[in-house]
Design a protein around this ligand. Structure first.
Ligand SMILES: CSC[C@@H](O)[C@@H](O)C(=O)COP(=O)(O)O
Ligand SMILES: [Zn+2]
Length: 205
């Protein structure tokens, strides 16, 4: 796929996530693999309003997250997390969003280091089809220093699909295809929202 095709693919996903209001206060960043040899990927430019669609929304970076050639714009402050994913797996897309639900879940379960969900039909969207399937999402501390955050994140990047909650910060989800990454993100946010609504009703699952 060309850079242009990948750009449009990521811009379309960005628009969909924006329609869900998942980019409050310029938060969030997205990335899509463009080539494997050498590894290059598009990542959202830092600090921009991700609800808007412009020609400056993404920059092309190399395997270390550095800008390639002459480009204006700065790669996302959290590019190193996407670097981990694209270097260690065959994932093609990585999505990071801050939502109230993912922040509250990350705080509620931080002491456990993970949160587990089971008994939900939506788990099938994550690729688990057994009735007894459960899904566990690791929770890491939110280090302000991004290389430190990336080091805490790295051990959880073990397959082409995955997710990590960063405490009181957000979630990063990646997948084999851009559509899969988006599907996983939607499924996780559904699980978070369901779980918090149940708690609000006084039911602790
Ligand atoms: C304004 S939200 C905090 C940011 O530091 C960060 O967490 C984020 O998700 C967006 O940063 P960005 O550099 O635009 O990719
Ligand atoms: Zn963030």
């Amino acid at each position: 796929m060309t850079v242009k095709e990948r750009w449009v693919e990521l811009a379309d996903i960005k628009d969909e996530l924006a329609a869900r209001d998942w980019f409050p206060g310029t938060s969030g960043n997205l990335a899509i693999r463009v080539s494997d040899d050498p590894l290059t990927f598009l990542v959202t430019a830092s600090g921009r309003d991700k609800r808007k669609r412009t020609d400056e929304d993404f920059v092309l970076v190399d395997a270390t997250g550095q800008l390639i050639g002459e480009q204006t714009g700065k790669p996302s402050a959290e590019t190193l997390l996407h670097v981990e994913i694209f270097n260690k797996t065959n994932a093609t897309c990585s999505l990071h969003v801050h939502t109230v639900d993912n922040n509250v879940i990350s705080e509620l379960y931080a002491a456990n280091g993970h949160v587990t969900f089971a008994g939900q039909e939506i788990i099938k969207a994550l690729g688990y089809w057994e009735e007894t399937a459960s899904v566990q999402i690791p929770i890491i501390e939110n280090h302000a220093d991004i290389p430190t955050l990336a080091r805490a994140f790295a051990p959880h990047v073990t397959s082409d699909a995955g997710a990590v909650l960063i405490r009181n910060h957000g979630i990063t989800v990646w997948g084999e295809t851009p559509a899969a990454a988006k599907r996983y993100l939607e499924a996780y946010e559904f699980l978070f929202s369901y779980s918090l609504k149940l708690r609000a009703l006084g039911v602790h699952s």
